[in-house]
Design a protein around this ligand. Sequence first.
Ligand code: ADP
Length: 449
Amino acid sequence: MSNTDSSCGSCGGGDCGGHEDGDRSERGGHACSSDATGGCSSQAVEPEDRLGEYLEREELSKSLKGIQHKIVVLSGKGGVGKSTVATNLALSLAESGKQVGLLDVDIHGPSVPALLGIGRKQVVTKGEKILPIMCGGMKVMSIGFLLPDDRSPVIWRGPMKMSLIKQFLKDVDWRALDYLIIDCPPGTGDEPLSVAQLIEHPTGAIVVTTPQEVALLDVRKSITFCGHLGMPVLGVVENMSGFVCPHCGKTSDIFRQGGGERMAEEMGVPFLARIPIDPGLVLAGDQGEAIAKSQPTSPAAEAFGALADAVTKAVETPKGAGSERPSQASKEGDGAVMRFAIPLANGQLCMHFGHCEEFAFVDVDRETKTIQNQTRIAPPEHEPGILPPWIKEQGADLVIAGGMGQRAQQIFAQHGVDVLVGAPAESPEALVQAYLDGSLQSGENVCDH
Ligand code: ADP
């Protein structure tokens, strides 16, 4: 992957304002941008680069094929207990009999090895695979195992981090796992972005916060970040939520309580659990013993157990059963209507997906294969990553487009929305009718340079 590629990926879309002028000049007359909004990529990619990327992707998906649920743990800011939550969640899941892996991609501050008391372990390779460190019945990998000592800082730029994370996902011998818990550094930087870009179908993100408003503001950003990347949010965890007195058992709300739950409700994402402040946690962490294992009856350990149950329930409940998602137009099998989304300019298919004036949503009766109705809606403002989740929210099953960037196609795939590119500039009715007749001409993806 070239530098330009990677910085483009790192901006997660947008109009790549930070790119060199050469980038922009290639755009010609239209505002064609390399973005996850659904805009198109204007960078020339050599065929051999594409082949290399394709082969790497294949290897990556082969390596991750045996992992059922990939869960990313994020936080808006540091020090809210994200690594503590990731580690104890992983251990609680392992304790409940699941096969678990814990991957620490906090490249600048890997704390998982210390929290588990395995900071001095050395990784070994077997054949082409890196063997993870076994701890508490789970497989653990962290850059902390690769550093010569605790004092060595890691001074790496985005592309190097991406490459290391790729190696951790691709080359570590994870084999079959029920859960891979990925502890990301705080914020919305290179590491979480790389994880979101490298894992084809992440199960979702858990966002850790503390009850105070200042932490909540940052966590809102993390939730929006997930939206831009098409990563489902499994829910919010409020850590340091009240203090349970070890003497009398009474709870005091040192940092207040309930902010995380209110914020989750406001942002329309589930609230998973509340973890109390527990002095035993600090002690356990300092001694390299995760509390979920060393003091299983403490309030914090019980809260981690409840979190593991909530996560298991969230990911293992079949989609549709108890799902809060509104069933607008339906996917194959769960309704009679199929909804098409088509970007328009002057009433006809707009060749540049991310820059259309409006979308036509055309509903088709699956049984009779007839068009039932059509609505036209103006899209939200042009911002990175906004369009695919917005189109999913409108209930679309299939997008018919002229040109669309690879990243936008990936985000649609993560949302379970099919995409057909290279369609001609015709009216939405004509395009849908041609699709139904099996005569829709799909040519070149005009934006996928
Ligand atoms: P982050 O990964 O968000 O930077 P850490 O998980 O490293 O945060 O936690 C920061 C510090 O806070 C650690 O010393 C940890 O032991 C402590 N901590 C985390 N959660 C709690 C809690 N619920 N009660 C008491 N101390 C906690």
